[in-house]
Structures are given as C-alpha cells and as structure tokens.
Design a protein around this ligand. Structure first.
Ligand SMILES: [Fe+2]
Ligand SMILES: [Fe+2]
Length: 157
C-alpha cells in the first residue's frame, strides 16, 4: 500500500487531471455555440470539476502536501459539439480508470471514500457526455431556412 508521499503524489495526479478537465470544459462552454445543451452542460460539469479540485487540494494539504495546480498539457476540443463531447467522454473514462486505480492503492478509508465519491460523479459525467454525443451525432432534422433555400447565410453568420 502507498505511503504518505505516494498518496500525496497520486492525489496531485488526480488534481492536475481535474484542472485539465475544468479548462477543457470551460473552453468548450465558450466555443461550442452550435448546440445549446452541450454548451450549458459543459459549464455545469466544469463547476463539478472545480469542486473536485477543492476536495483534492484540501486532502493534500491535510496530509502536509502542496497542491499542484499546474495542468497537464491541455488538449482542447474543436468547437463542434461532436468533438467537444468526444473529448469529454475521453477525459471522464481516463479519470474513472485513474480513480479506481488510486482507490485500490490507498488504504486510508477517508481518502478512499473521497475518491469513490468523485469517481461516481465522473461516471455521471460520462453518461451525460455519451447522451449529448449521441444527440449531437444524430440525424440533421433541422428545418431549412429561407437563407438555406436562397443560398444566403442567416444574419450574423
Ligand atoms: Fe472531476
Ligand atoms: Fe468529470
């Protein structure tokens, strides 16, 4: 089982993943303007990730460690909703896998409970992104506009 220094290192790994997820989802919230549900959900999930940052940083400080807030090399998603939700699915799957590994490696029941709680929220996020991805990938049933029919773009585009 991991000693205190190893636990701090694992929690910091989790923390940098949360910082990356927060930045990626905030970015998607700003740039994905073509699909309103994705844009809204990105903001809500980014807020959850910020809470995870808070909980992990508190646990690290409690163990005598220093929270590392420098993100990994951040890979943002493109501005289309399919790409944004695919990136969300990818980040959540990575996070779930990492939390499961850390829950198995850390014996401290309080930290295990914290990581399991965060992991369960990542499972919810994964489901949200998978649903949004399906919706964004779905058939284009948008009604044609006058602009489409006349070959002109709508005002403001
Ligand atoms: Fe998270
Ligand atoms: Fe998440």
């Amino acid at each position: 089982m991991a000693d205190k220094a190893e636990i701090i290192r694992m929690l910091n790994d989790d923390l940098t993943g949360e910082v990356e997820a927060t930045l990626v989802y905030m970015h998607s919230h700003f740039v994905v303007t073509a699909h309103c549900p994705t844009q809204m959900e990105m903001f809500d999930i980014a807020l959850d990730e910020m809470r995870h940052i808070e909980w992990l940083a508190e646990a690290i400080v409690e163990l005598g460690g220093e929270p590392e807030l420098t993100p990994r090399k951040v890979r943002y998603a493109a501005s289309d909703p399919v790409a944004a939700n695919r990136r969300g699915v990818e980040l959540e799957k990575e996070a779930i896998e990492q939390y499961n590994a850390h829950i198995a490696a850390i014996a401290d029941p309080k930290i295990q409970r914290l990581l399991a709680h965060i992991r369960d929220e990542e499972v919810d996020h994964l489901e949200e992104f998978e649903e949004l991805l399906e919706e964004a990938e779905g058939p284009d049933d948008r009604k044609p506009t006058v602009g489409d029919l006349s070959g002109q773009s709508k005002a403001g585009e």
